[in-house]
Design a protein around this ligand. Structure first.
Ligand SMILES: [Zn+2]
Ligand SMILES: [Zn+2]
Length: 318
């Protein structure tokens, strides 16, 4: 960033510091975190004008299956406050049919192993073991994938709090519940230890459901914009304890159907080559309700535009 650019930004900042409502700030951060606002190619900033902001809200509303008003109405704010997966809601969303999305990588073997390296203090070890295996079994039910616990397991599972070494801090109770890495990055799956983990429906967060969803990512699925998919990003207050048609179609597209069972859909064209190094993930900034400078991230508003530069550490997630 050159001196002139910094001067311009500072001048704009000093002349326009008040006036952004916390709800707009929060929405900007949410939309950016979950993939609805992209940084532009100039430096590491993005310029968010009213039109772009409205468009991104509409895209979120469409993904979330609520009326696409383009406004930060009550329902939209409510959806933004729902507990959810930390992965982005990727896209190609504009005109595609509502359905599953494939990230672009998959495991070459169908015999997968996993290990739970760090347990939660909220549940018993045995309870966690059982439900992690059950969550994997849901994906085995419709494919020939198998999952075995092993001390040298490929898919590493951990319960972690706040910063935990991968550049994507958890945010405490509520908000983000978990995140996972796609096959090309090893499939590691992290759960936010701050959540009130439990098994089954209730006032807490059902580990079985969240694990089943995250393992969908670890196997190569991105978020679905079908409300009735397990791979939809939001936590389900009620769940059928099974995959939905959309999830089954997605996983069978990647790994084929169950031998002698449900028919496989044809394999997809070869996936795009993965980037050479995994782009690190970034943290979710916490907004105190005023102006903020968490690391290299800040928001500035002029009369008509929001300037929303972000760190170099761009998220790749879907
Ligand atoms: Zn997810
Ligand atoms: Zn993590």
């Amino acid at each position: 960033m050159d001196v002139l650019f910094i001067s311009i930004i500072l001048a704009i900042f000093c002349s326009s510091i008040e006036g952004v409502k916390p709800k707009i700030q929060n929405a900007l951060v949410y939309l950016s975190q979950y993939g609805y606002l992209e940084p532009n190619a100039m430096g590491n900033s993005s310029l968010v004008n009213g039109k772009t902001f409205k468009k991104s809200i509409k895209e979120f509303q469409s993904f979330a299956g609520i009326p696409t008003t383009g406004k930060l109405d009550k329902l939209t704010m409510k959806m933004m406050s729902e507990p959810r997966c930390g992965m982005k809601d990727t896209t190609g969303r504009s005109k595609r049919q509502k359905r599953f999305a494939i990230q672009g990588s998959r495991w070459k073997t169908k015999q997968l192993t996993y290990k739970i390296s760090k347990y939660s203090s909220k549940l018993g070890r045995e309870e966690i073991d059982t439900n992690i295996q059950k969550a994997f079994n849901l994906w085995s039910k419709y494919t020939d994938l198998t999952f075995e616990p092993s001390s040298r397991g490929k898919i590493d599972i951990r319960f972690e709090e706040r910063q935990h070494g991968d550049g994507d801090a958890f945010d405490g109770p509520g908000g983000t519940l978990a995140h996972a890495y796609f096959p090309q990055y090893g499939g590691a799956t992290h759960f936010d230890e701050s959540e009130p983990w439990m098994i089954g429906a209730g006032s807490g967060i059902d580990l079985y459901q969240v694990a089943a969803h995250e393992f969908g990512h670890a196997l190569g699925l991105s978020h679905s914009d079908r409300k009735d998919a397990l791979m939809a990003p939001f936590y389900k207050r009620s769940w059928t304890n099974d995959l939905y048609d959309d999830d089954i179609q997605g996983i069978q597209r990647l790994y084929g159907g169950k031998s002698g069972g449900t028919p496989a859909t044809p394999p997809e064209a070869p996936a795009a080559p993965p980037p050479k190094t995994p782009p690190p993930r970034r943290n979710r900034p916490r907004l105190p309700g005023g102006w903020f400078f968490p690391r290299r991230r800040w928001i500035i508003r002029t009369r008509r535009r929001w300037y929303f530069p972000q760190g170099n550490r761009r998220v790749f997630y879907g």
